[in-house]
Design a protein around this ligand. Structure first.
Ligand SMILES: C[S@@+](CC[C@H](N)C(=O)[O-])C[C@H]1O[C@@H](n2cnc3c(N)ncnc32)[C@H](O)[C@@H]1O
Length: 380
C-alpha cells in the first residue's frame, strides 16, 4: 500500500528521493538520536523513523505536525488497520445521520451558497461550521467531524485515526495546496471546487488509516509541539538535527489552520475568505518575521554548537520572503561549525510570500524554481 502523505506545499518528501535521503542515510548511521526540529508534514521524521533503528524526535510549532509524527513514531508494531477501520466507521456512521439533509449539488454559485448556509448552522461540528461550503462540501465536512468526534480512546489508535483525518482532509481541500484561501465560486473557480468536493472523504480516511496502520518506527520516538529554539536545549553531542526552517514571511499557521482544527478537534470564531481563526489563536514564529528571522536562526545554530550536536540544514539558495537567504545561513554556519554543502534542484513554494514584501500579489501557489542548499554542520 502507498504510504499516505499529507498534501503539503513545503514538504521535503520529493527531496528525500533527490539526494537528501542518501545524505541522511550516511549521516544517521553514527548518531544516537535524530531530531526533525521543523517537521511540518513529518515526511523526514517518518522517513528516518521507519528506516533506521534510531530514536526520532519530531517537533513543530503546529499540533497537526505532532499528530502526524506520533502516528508513526509512537509505535514499533503495525496495527490491525481493517479491524480498527470497521469499528471506527460504524461509530462515525451513526453521527453522520445528522448530515442526511445536507445539500448535495455543487454546480452553481447558489448551490455553493446553500452548502455555506447549511454548514454554518451545524453547532458542535467544528469543521463543518467553520469550513463547510468553503474548503469542503457540507457532506465532506460532516464526515470529517463524524470521524473526529468518534476516534478511539486508546491514545495510540486515536492518534493514528486523527492523523488519517488530517491526511484525508488535506487531499480533499478545495484550495491550491494549503488552506490560506479556498477556491471561490466564480465561473472558473466552480470547476476546481467540484473537482475537490467530488473526492470521497470516507475512502480517503480509510486509505490513510490503512496505510498508516501498517507503518511504524523501528524504535520508539517522540513528537512535540514546541519552539525549536527551546527544544534544542535538550540535545547533546551525538545527536543529529534536521533543520528545515521557515522561509516565508507569512506565518505557516495561516496556511494550515484547517489541519490544526482537526488536530485540536475544535475551532474558535473564523473570519475572512480564508476562514482563519483569530491571530491570537494561531502560532507565530520569529522565523517568519523579517526583523527577527536572522536572530532566530543564529540563536538556534549557536545553541546547537554549544550542545555539541551535528546538523543538516536545508535552505533555498535565494533571498526569501522572511528576509533570510542561503548566503546568510552559510555565513552563520561557518562561524560555528565545520561545514560541507551540496546543491540540489528543487521547486519551493513561497507560500504566497514574496521577498519584496508584496505578499498580496504573490499569486496563489507561488511556486518558484530555485536551488536548495543542504549544509552538513559538525562540531568545530
Ligand atoms: C519549511 S517547513 C518544514 C517542512 C518539513 N521539513 C516537511 O518536510 O514537511 C517549516 C515548519 O516550521 C514550523 N515552525 C515555524 N517556526 C517554528 C519554531 N520556532 N519552532 C518549531 N517549528 C516552527 C512551521 O510550522 C513549518 O511547519
Amino acid at each position: 500500500m502507498q504510504p499516505p502523505y499529507l498534501k503539503y506545499m513545503g514538504s521535503k518528501r520529493s527531496m528525500l528521493q533527490n539526494g537528501l535521503g542518501e545524505l541522511i542515510t550516511r549521516e544517521v548511521e553514527d548518531c544516537s538520536r535524530f531530531f526533525d526540529l521543523f517537521a511540518g508534514s513529518a515526511a523526514v521524521a517518518r522517513f528516518v523513523g521507519e528506516k533506521f533503528p534510531v530514536p526520532v524526535v519530531a517537533n513543530d510549532l503546529q499540533q497537526y505536525s505532532r499528530v502526524l509524527a506520533q502516528a508513526i513514531l509512537h509505535r514499533v508494531h503495525p496495527l490491525k488497520g481493517a479491524e480498527i477501520w470497521t469499528a471506527w466507521d460504524a461509530r462515525a456512521s451513526k453521527k453522520l445521520n445528522a448530515a442526511l439533509d445536507a445539500p448535495r449539488d455543487f454546480r452553481t454559485a447558489s448551490d455553493i451558497a446553500r452548502h455555506r448556509e447549511w454548514s454554518a448552522r451545524q453547532i458542535g461540528y467544528p469543521v463543518t461550521q467553520s469550513y463547510g461550503g468553503h474548503y469542503f462540501s457540507a457532506h465532506q465536512a460532516m464526515a470529517f467531524d463524524a470521524y473526529r468526534s468518534t476516534v478511539s480512546d486508546d491514545v495510540v489508535i486515536g492518534s493514528v485515526e486523527i492523523a488519517a483525518i488530517i491526511i484525508a482532509a488535506s487531499q480533499c481541500v478545495a484550495a491550491p495546496g494549503h488552506t490560506a484561501q479556498p477556491f471561490q465560486p466564480s465561473a472558473t473557480g466552480i470547476k476546481f471546487i467540484s473537482e475537490a468536493w467530488r473526492r470521497d472523504p470516507h475512502a480517503r480516511v480509510r486509505d490513510a488509516l490503512m496505510g498508516l496502520a501498517e507503518r511504524h518506527a523501528k524504535v520508539i520516538g517522540e513528537a512535540h509541539s514546541a519552539d525549536a529554539n527551546e527544544l534544542v536545549l535538550n540535545t547533546k553531542r551525538g545527536d543529529l538535527l534536521f533543520i528545515d526552517p521557515p522561509y516565508s514571511g507569512v506565518h505557516y499557521s495561516r496556511f494550515y489552520h484547517v489541519l490544526e482544527t482537526i488536530a485540536a478537534g475544535e475551532c474558535g470564531e473564523v473570519s475572512g475568505n480564508g476562514r482563519y481563526p483569530s491571530r491570537e489563536q494561531r502560532p507565530k514564529s520569529d522565523y517568519s518575521l523579517k526583523t527577527k528571522s536572522l536572530v532566530a536562526i543564529t540563536n538556534l545554530l549557536e545553541k546547537i554548537a554549544v550542545q555539541g550536536a551535528s546538523a543538516i540544514v536545508t535552505f533555498p539558495d535565494a533571498e526569501c520572503s522572511n528576509g533570510l537567504s542561503g548566503e546568510q545561513v552559510r555565513e552563520v554556519a561557518h562561524q560555528l561549525f565545520r561545514v560541507e554543502e551540496y546543491l540540489v534542484q528543487s521547486k519551493f513554494s513561497s507560500l504566497g510570500g514574496r521577498s519584496d514584501g508584496q505578499n498580496a500579489q504573490a499569486g496563489r501557489s507561488a511556486r518558484t524554481n530555485a536551488n536548495e542548499i543542504i549544509f552538513t554542520l559538525r562540531p568545530a
